[in-house]
Design a protein around this ligand. Structure first.
Ligand SMILES: [Cu+2]
Length: 124
């Protein structure tokens, strides 16, 4: 009986340990923006305070044809210019996977990035 209880406690501790370990390992998925608007203007502050990890996924939901999603570098972010050969996502339901370090995303529809439809996310 005593041994059974010990095994139970041990198994529980083991499971809890695994759970918390997985919690750190499993990447998370975030819907970008404030419900229900999703990816839109004035997004600069949205990442603030969120504990993003490498390999987390950001989902960009928006009306197709009204916006797009382009990963750029710091200069692209600051100047609101995507390179000619940039990979442009425009399905209305796009995603990116965060890398460790700085991640920059803009919408390059005319005037949108300038209207703060851009984000800089530093992943630690
Ligand atoms: Cu846009």
């Amino acid at each position: 009986m005593a041994q059974g209880r010990f095994s139970l406690i041990f198994a529980t501790a083991l499971l809890l340990g695994l759970f918390f370990q997985c919690e750190n390992v499993w990447a998370k998925t975030y819907f970008v923006g404030y419900d229900p608007t999703g990816w839109t203007f004035n997004m600069e502050d949205w990442p603030t305070g969120q504990n993003f990890k490498p390999n987390d996924t950001l989902v960009f939901s928006y009306n197709r044809g009204e916006h797009n999603v382009i990963v750029v570098d710091r200069q692209g972010h600051d100047t609101c210019k995507a390179p000619e050969n940039a990979y442009v996502q425009s399905s209305g339901f796009d995603y990116i996977i965060l890398n460790k370090g700085e991640n920059y995303v803009i919408c390059n529809f005319t005037g949108h990035c300038e209207a703060k439809m851009k984000m800089a996310i530093n992943v630690l």
